[in-house]
Design a protein around this ligand. Structure first.
Ligand SMILES: [Mn+2]
Length: 319
């Protein structure tokens, strides 16, 4: 399906003209998809519309400060929207159910693959939550404390606490406007970045033990297996951000995390530094994402998956 592109005023008209919204986040939800969906949901409710958020996977408890603060009215859904979803496949268990039924996608991934009837895509936004902030302002919806927390969380998490290269002057301007409302941004960042559970610490120990340095230490490959999940007591929800580890090693330009989803299914996440374009590498394996943060899925044994990944990474490092 080719999506009809909407500009900012187009998406605002769409939202005022429709009602009874179901807002979908992507699976394995992160701060941006949740922050975007919950802020938009609250905004639509403020506007007198009916809206609720549906997430394909359980919401990690540490986002509860805003996700638990929004209550959804009773209604039957009419208009399905997605927030921060770059590809229908990322709806995971809900992909089949909603395929062809999504009226509007709001996204910031330049690799976005059309699946919705309408699309608002701002590829310059560091986070989808920036798009939602623009939408709410353009619609003159008063942004309350919960919405501020949700949007701030989306922006802060997608920029690695304003450290990643996707951070723009506009990102800081929006963050400054959000800070001016008096939210406890330092507490949000402490929960998002400086706190980990004991089970997370355990799985990091195991995953670090698997790290291999390859190609003159320019690539680091880390594996997170089902066995590690079992032994650490972690769920998928506890793994948020673990993919940052391989690239954090000095000299590493491409960091790869392979995560076992089923005995022979691996979810691959790549993080790189310029000039290495991991979206291009992942595209060769039917994946996509951002230039310096992308992913794909590989079916096969651990050895087969590893070989497939390294074939493409080696080629990219040589070129
Ligand atoms: Mn995002």
């Amino acid at each position: 399906m080719k999506s009809k592109r909407l500009d900012l005023s187009g998406v605002c008209s769409f939202l005022s003209e429709h009602d009874n919204y179901l807002i979908l986040t992507h699976g394995m939800p992160d701060g941006d998809t949740l922050g975007s969906a919950y802020a938009l949901c609250s905004g639509l409710i403020k506007l007198g519309k009916k809206a609720k958020v549906v997430c394909p996977d359980p919401i990690p408890a540490h986002y509860g400060y805003f996700t638990n603060a929004v209550s959804f009215p009773e209604f039957s859904e009419e208009t399905v929207i997605s927030a921060d979803v770059a590809d229908i496949k990322l709806l995971g268990a809900l992909a089949e159910k909603y395929e062809g039924k999504i009226e509007l996608a709001i996204d910031h991934h330049v690799s976005h693959r059309d699946f919705a009837k309408n699309l608002f895509l701002d590829g310059t936004a560091a986070a989808c939550a920036e798009c939602v902030y623009d939408i709410l302002n353009t619609m003159h919806i008063a942004i309350d404390e919960i919405m501020v927390q949700a949007i701030y969380t989306g922006i802060s998490t997608d920029t690695g606490c304003f450290k990643f290269s996707n951070t723009t002057p506009k990102t800081h301007v929006i963050a400054a406007e959000l800070m001016a409302s008096g939210i406890d941004f330092s507490e949000i960042n402490r929960v998002m970045f400086d706190t980990k559970s004991k089970s997370r610490m355990e799985i990091e120990k195991m995953a670090l033990g698997s790290v291999e340095l390859l190609y003159r230490d320019r690539c680091a490959l880390m594996a997170v297996t089902s066995k590690m999940l079992r032994e650490s007591g972690c769920t998928d929800a506890d793994l948020d951000g673990i993919t940052a580890i391989p690239r954090s090693i000095e000299g590493v330009q491409i960091g790869v995390t392979m995560r076992q989803k089923a005995p022979k299914v691996w979810k691959i996440s790549m993080r790189s530094y310029p000039p290495f374009d991991v979206a291009a590498i992942c595209a060769k394996m039917n994946g996509g994402g951002h230039k310096y943060a992308a992913g794909c899925e590989i079916v096969g044994t651990k050895r087969q998956a590893r070989e497939e990944i390294l074939k493409h990474v080696r080629k990219a490092l040589e070129d």
